[in-house]
Design a protein around this ligand. Structure first.
Ligand code: 6PG
Length: 265
């Protein structure tokens, strides 16, 4: 399902609603809400909104378990840490028990951090592939998601749940959920904003299939297509290609990703 919204503020509010609804569904079914937060800067406003009315009061924070879909191997005090952003803007602002926060050990070398994080997942979920209630994802301008980068070996990792990503240039090493783990979630939500993502978004949703070149194409959750919350700027290439409903509200066929046979038509 692709929803085109005015701007990042609108994306964040819609995502906060989905977060609260999914948490309520999980709790109503008798389990804690298991969510994996995304990284980068896009979720900043979402975190601020979840820590504020009306969303803050809608969540039973003691029944939320917080993980991350990927993390940079830096100390949590480092501004590049995905956990740092969430801690400052959300996790320290709501009554979430500290033991419900499951961070990647960013101080460790990537491979050790990946092994330790997978062990943490096994402790929490058991030995079967975890089913997260919600996994939040962003999209890079190179069509990466989480820390699944183009042509990386992690794209072929079908056994492990968490993989290490080596440092690249100035970029620190990382730890990432693998494709099988992400695709096993009940609900996957992408938040994409800004014109710089328009080309990548078109390739992922409507271009030719090439999962090595456009890793986010691999995100095909078994329980249903991802929810894409996209702003007008990021949707501009899709609109130019005539792939959006006249009201711009989303794809011509809601509920499915645009197939590649529509590219450019
Ligand atoms: C990371 C993220 C990454 C991010 C995208 C979008 O740790 O970098 O997980 O996948 O979501 O690169 O980043 P922005 O939100 O900053 O555009």
């Amino acid at each position: 399902m692709i929803k085109i919204l005015k701007d990042l503020e609108a994306i964040s509010s819609e995502a906060a609603d989905i977060f609260c609804d999914t948490a309520a569904e999980a709790n109503a079914e008798g389990r804690d809400f298991r969510v994996a937060l995304s990284g980068g800067s896009t979720p900043r406003r979402l975190y601020e909104q979840l820590a504020s009315p009306p969303w803050r009061e809608q969540v039973q924070w003691n029944r939320v378990q917080v993980f991350w879909g990927d993390e940079r191997c830096v100390p949590v005090t480092d501004s590049r840490s995905n956990a740092n952003l969430a801690e400052q803007l959300l996790l320290r602002q709501v009554p979430l028990p500290r033991e419900n926060i499951h961070r990647v050990c960013g101080d460790l070398p990537a491979e050790q951090a990946a092994l330790k994080y997978e062990a943490r997942l096994r402790e929490h979920f058991g030995e079967r592939l975890p089913i997260f209630d919600l996994i939040l994802l962003g999209l890079g301008s190179d069509a990466h998601t989480a820390s699944l980068f183009p042509y990386s070996t992690t794209l072929g990792e079908m056994e492990r749940w968490v993989a290490a990503v080596p440092a690249a240039g100035a970029e620190p090493a990382r730890v990432t959920f693998t494709i099988p783990l992400i695709n096993h979630a009940r609900r996957v939500l992408f938040m994409v904003h800004g014109a710089e993502k328009a080309e990548a978004l078109w390739h992922v949703l409507a271009g030719e299939t090439d999962v090595q070149k456009y890793p986010a194409q691999s995100i095909r959750p078994v329980q249903g297509a991802p929810i894409w919350l996209v702003d007008q700027a990021a949707a501009s290439r899709l609109r130019q290609a005539g792939l959006l409903a006249p009201d711009g509200a989303g794809s011509r066929r809601p509920g499915d990703q645009l197939s590649s046979d529509r590219s450019g038509k």
